[in-house]
Structure formats: structure tokens, C-alpha cells
Ligand binder design. Structure first.
Ligand SMILES: *[C@@H]1O[C@H](CO)[C@@H](O)[C@H](O)[C@H]1NC(C)=O
Ligand SMILES: *[C@@H]1O[C@H](CO)[C@@H](O)[C@H](O)[C@H]1NC(C)=O
Ligand SMILES: *[C@@H]1O[C@H](CO)[C@@H](O)[C@H](O)[C@H]1NC(C)=O
Ligand SMILES: *[C@@H]1O[C@H](CO)[C@@H](O)[C@H](O)[C@H]1NC(C)=O
Length: 354
């Protein structure tokens, strides 16, 4: 007892780590019906505010600059960063190309300014000031992207820390964040990112923890994907991708899942979907994600996507990936903990609490 008390005092004196900080996320307008959800949160860079996608698949803070002429920057309502006397540019003048939102890309130069997120403040945050940015940003109704890729990955352009790492480096938060989604009684979706920990009312039960499989990504081992009683996929690698609303994975394997689910591949408005008969959804099996010797079930009600009278699979094939990108319909039910300090992911049952 004495020892514990003493330890607590030592921690209080020598650690500047404060409590956790929450950042509300809201779901944006629908631009493309088949890319129909995205959560954005507000940050301030310099004196301006931006709505950004907090993206676990990329590594830089990317904001469009005033001179950006690409279609995404012409999107109505896109806020563009205006240089002030506080803006630092360089030291590199190099134009780099950085991935954003998994499939997108931005080109820009090195800049920095002060940053506020919720109650957190950093005098200097590096970012990529983009002169060119792909259309995803407009489709998702955001101004920019705040990469939340794995700290210390070495993958960030100009070696810039992510916004999360900045506050970890300033000892303002612990090296962990969580993403919570909730649905309000009126059906609206709502989200919260908690930097530095997890709010207890956001989950029930215990966290199931699994080790991260490398030092530069949030990848973990997905033991299986089960449809009905069949383990359609085994021994896969996955990560929680906050830039996705569905699950994206390797084409052959996803096709097997869709076959097991009983949907039919078809093309609607140039988009490949696997379609269900909306009147037969009661027959569509649950999908079970096997992670860390626990089963995380998602019933058809949640994994089947609906757009008007078109029902389609939430499992989407992609030729360019060999890992599974697990998006919103999983996060809606299971709260992910990105625990870089302990090199692991945690998952707990999410509540509907705000
Ligand atoms: C950012 O935080 C600092 C320090 O708390 C505060 O002085 C400043 O007004 C904030 N800026 C914005 C744009 O919110
Ligand atoms: C985060 O905040 C909640 C509520 O204030 C508290 O219960 C929890 O212990 C905090 N966690 C950390 C890691 O600070
Ligand atoms: C998981 O299964 C239980 C029991 O059948 C069900 O009540 C729950 O809604 C399912 N969860 C999800 C997210 O589908
Ligand atoms: C993916 O690869 C398959 C087989 O090589 C090919 O038939 C298909 O057109 C590709 N799909 C896309 C979207 O590139």
C-alpha cells in the first residue's frame, strides 16, 4: 500500500502526462452514395480551422494551399490554408507526393504553424502544404487529412510527426488513442477520438489485445473471417482503417467472402458492387472476425450496406492490397485502441454513449 502510494506520487511529480483529450467527430455529407460515410474532426492550424479526416492509413498532416487548383480544392466549402507571418516554410523546397486516405495522393511542400486540437496546443506542427490533392478529399467532404499512422514509422514525408505524436512528444498525452462511434437515438452517427486513453463509458467488458506485427503500421493478425460456420479466410493481416466505411481486402479472398455471403457481383454507375436482394437480408449470415482468440461478430444488418433500394456487400475487393482494411461498420460496434506504446491493438465492445 505504502509502495503504491509512493509510486503514485512519483508519477504525479515526474510525468506531465495529463488526462485524455476527446475530439468530437461528425459524419459528413454524402457526395458519392457508394462511399457514404466519413467522419471528420476540427483542428486549428494557425488562426484557421479545418475539418480533417483522422486517417490511420497515412502519416502526414496535409492541408490545401491557397493556390491549389486541383478539382478537390475547387470543391465548394473547402478551407485552404493561408500563409501568415507565423507560417514557417521549408527548410526543404522539395515537392513531395504523399499518400492520403489509402487510395489518394497529395503533392506539396514543407510548412509548419501552431496547432490546436480540442484542449491540446502545440507551438509548432509540421504539415504538407498541398498544391495538388486527389478528389477523395472532396468526396469525403473534408478540407484536409490528419494522418494517424503508427508513430515512429519513418514513413512520414519530411519526417514530420503526426498530430498525435506531437502531443506525445510534448508529454501532454500518453502514446495511445481510441476511436469511438455511436448512433444517436435519432439515427445520426457520431464519433469521438480520444487522445491519450479511453473514456470508460465508451465500452463494456475487457479489451482483447493483440500485438502489432511490425514497427511501422497498425497491422495485426486477423486469425480468421468466418461466414456462417466456415472460416473463409485464415491467417490474414489487417488494420483498422479510419479512412474506410467498409472492409477492403485482397480481391480473391474478398470474392470468396462475398460468395459465401450470397451476393452477386454487378456494376452500378461504374462502381463494382456485390448486390443483395434487400428483401432477403434476413438470410444473409453474420461475419465473425477472429482476433486474439476472441470472436467479434457483425450481423448482416450492419455489414450489408444500403443505398436507396440497392443493398450491397460491405466487403470490397482491391487488387492493390494484401492486408484487410477494416473500416466503420466494425468500429461502430467494437472500439479500437491504438496502443503504440505497448505495440498492440485492443478491442472492446463499444457502447452507444457519447
Ligand atoms: C490555441 O491554443 C492557444 C493556447 O491555449 C490559444 O491561445 C489560442 O487562442 C488557440 N487558437 C485557436 C485558433 O483556437
Ligand atoms: C481517461 O478519462 C477517463 C474519464 O475522465 C478516465 O476514466 C480514464 O481513466 C482516463 N484514462 C487515461 C489513460 O487517462
Ligand atoms: C453479435 O451477436 C449477438 C448475439 O447474437 C447480437 O446480439 C449482436 O447484435 C451481434 N453484434 C453485432 C455487432 O452484430
Ligand atoms: C483486378 O485483377 C483482376 C485479375 O487480374 C482483373 O480481372 C480485374 O479487372 C482487376 N480489377 C481492377 C479494379 O483493377
Amino acid at each position: 500500500m505504502k509502495f503504491t502510494l509512493r509510486a503514485a506520487i512519483v508519477v504525479a511529480v515526474f510525468c506531465a502526462v495529463s488526462a485524455n483529450v476527446t475530439v468530437p467527430l461528425k459524419r459528413k455529407r454524402i457526395v458519392n452514395e457508394y462511399i457514404n460515410t466519413q467522419y471528420v474532426g476540427e483542428i486549428a492550424v494557425g488562426q484557421q480551422t479545418f475539418e480533417v479526416v483522422f486517417d490511420t492509413s497515412s502519416y502526414n498532416l496535409v492541408l490545401p494551399c491557397e493556390s491549389c487548383l486541383s478539382p478537390a480544392c475547387q470543391c465548394p466549402g473547402t478551407a485552404k490554408y493561408q500563409k501568415t507571418s507565423n507560417t514557417k516554410c521549408g527548410p526543404s523546397n522539395e515537392v513531395v507526393s504523399v499518400p492520403i486516405l489509402d487510395t489518394g495522393c497529395a503533392k506539396g511542400t514543407q510548412a509548419s504553424d501552431c496547432l490546436n486540437i480540442s484542449s491540446l496546443y502545440a507551438p509548432e506542427q509540421g504539415f504538407v502544404l498541398a498544391t495538388d490533392i486527389s478528389i477523395e478529399i472532396c468526396i469525403l467532404g473534408a478540407d484536409g487529412v490528419a494522418g494517424l499512422g503508427r508513430p515512429g514509422s519513418g514513413k512520414a514525408a519530411f519526417n514530420q510527426p503526426t498530430v498525435f505524436e506531437t502531443f506525445v512528444n510534448l508529454h501532454e498525452i500518453e502514446c495511445v488513442f481510441t476511436i469511438h462511434h455511436a448512433r444517436l437515438p435519432n439515427g445520426d452517427h457520431y464519433g469521438v477520438i480520444t487522445f491519450g486513453g479511453v473514456i470508460e463509458s465508451y465500452y463494456t467488458g475487457e479489451f482483447t489485445c493483440v500485438p502489432l506485427v511490425d514497427d511501422s503500421t497498425w497491422n495485426f493478425k486477423l486469425d480468421f473471417l468466418r461466414v456462417g460456420n466456415d472460416d473463409v479466410i485464415t491467417d490474414a493481416i489487417a488494420f483498422i482503417d479510419s479512412s474506410k466505411n467498409v472492409v477492403v481486402g485482397p480481391t480473391l479472398e474478398i470474392n470468396k467472402i462475398n460468395e459465401a455471403l450470397g451476393c452477386t457481383n454487378t456494376v452500378i454507375s461504374d462502381i463494382n458492387i456485390c448486390q443483395f436482394d434487400c428483401s432477403q437480408l434476413g438470410l444473409v449470415p453474420d461475419v465473425i472476425f477472429g482476433i486474439g482468440e476472441k470472436n467479434f461478430n457483425i450481423s448482416a444488418e450492419y455489414h450489408v450496406q444500403q443505398n436507396g433500394d440497392v443493398c450491397y456487400s460491405g466487403f470490397s475487393p482491391c487488387n492493390e492490397t494484401n492486408v484487410y482494411h477494416i473500416g466503420d461498420f466494425f468500429i461502430d460496434h467494437y472500439l479500437p485502441k491504438f496502443d503504440s506504446g505497448n505495440k498492440r491493438m485492443g478491442f472492446a465492445i463499444s457502447t452507444e454513449n457519447l
